[in-house]
Write a protein that binds this ligand. Structure first.
Ligand code: CA
Length: 289
């Protein structure tokens, strides 16, 4: 699918799978023209080799402008947690509410500071709703979700995340992680308590201290990063079903290899399964041209 964002044209691919070990897919995503997991057919969801078809070509076309364009350039991955259906509900709420909340907060000529504020408030609002539903509905008690988003406007991308899903950028062959992980093992690295290579198998690696659905996330992401976007840049939004089993350098190889972002997203998900990921896996790949 093609989207026009300011000077850059964006090509997008998305793939998600329940994987081989889980009964439910608690991951979710938002991609303009594709929507969320609820918009996909069960057949597409059941297979790791999701056909290249979940892209609605009808949304491609004329350069859009203003607020509509801002939302046409929003991409989200969310990875839910909680018992039974709670994780699915939390990640679904994140990918539904954040675009809706952003729509009402963005103006065409917002400067960086205003866009960053709008992103923070939209995520904070989704956080409130997830907490509210988890209090009211017993089946959703203690539900939570990670979230990462990339909003492309003009020649920039606004990147934010809560939890341990990640956003990467590949530029001139180099891969760079643009988000911070909010798990306890990463916090111990930051504090100098453990070394990075100790974190890989640390028992706190999957324990999140910040996620959507927790009171600590009430103000949204503390850091909404602003990065420039150049033709040739490739972005990857992904859940830990991929990053837990595949190294950054290998992800970079896949991103480099494929000219088609849909092929890239599918190949990355497939490689996570081959690498024995025991989790749901979701990848959104965006090429700036
Ligand atoms: Ca996960």
């Amino acid at each position: 699918m093609t989207i026009t964002s300011g000077t850059a044209r964006l090509m997008v691919g998305v793939c998600t799978t329940t994987g081989r070990y889980r009964e439910h897919n608690e991951d979710n995503f938002y991609v303009p023209g594709v929507g969320t997991i609820h918009s996909l057919t069960p057949a597409a969801l059941a297979s790791a080799r999701m056909p290249a078809a979940p892209i609605d070509e009808s949304t491609a076309g004329e350069p859009a402008s203003g607020v509509a364009a801002a939302l046409d350039n929003l991409f989200i991955v969310a990875d839910g947690m909680g018992g039974q259906l709670a994780g699915e509900q939390a990640s679904q709420l994140a990918v539904e509410l954040i675009p809706k909340e952003l729509r009402g907060r963005l103006e065409p000529d917002d400067d960086d500071r205003k866009v960053q504020g709008a992103v923070r408030m939209a995520v904070a609002s989704a956080n409130r709703e997830i907490i509210a539903q988890s209090h009211v509905m017993p089946e959703y008690t203690n539900m939570g979700t990670t979230v990462v988003l990339a909003l492309f406007r003009r020649d920039r991308a606004y990147i934010a995340g809560i939890g341990d899903s990640r956003v990467y950028r590949l530029r001139e062959g180099e891969i760079q992680k643009l988000t911070r992980d909010h798990d306890l093992a990463s916090a111990l690295i930051d504090a100098g308590t453990i070394k990075p290579d100790e974190a890989e198998h640390h028992r706190f690696r999957n324990v999140l201290y910040l996620y959507l659905g927790s009171p600590d996330a009430r103000d949204g992401p503390d850091d909404v990063r602003v990065v420039d976007v150049r033709p040739g840049d490739k972005f990857l939004l992904t859940s830990d079903g991929l990053t837990g089993v595949v190294r950054d350098s290998v992800m970079a190889d896949f991103l480099k290899r494929h000219a088609d972002p849909q092929e890239s997203a599918q190949a990355l998900v497939q490689h996570a399964l081959v690498s024995d990921s025991r989790d749901n896996v979701t990848c959104v790949v965006i090429h700036a041209e």
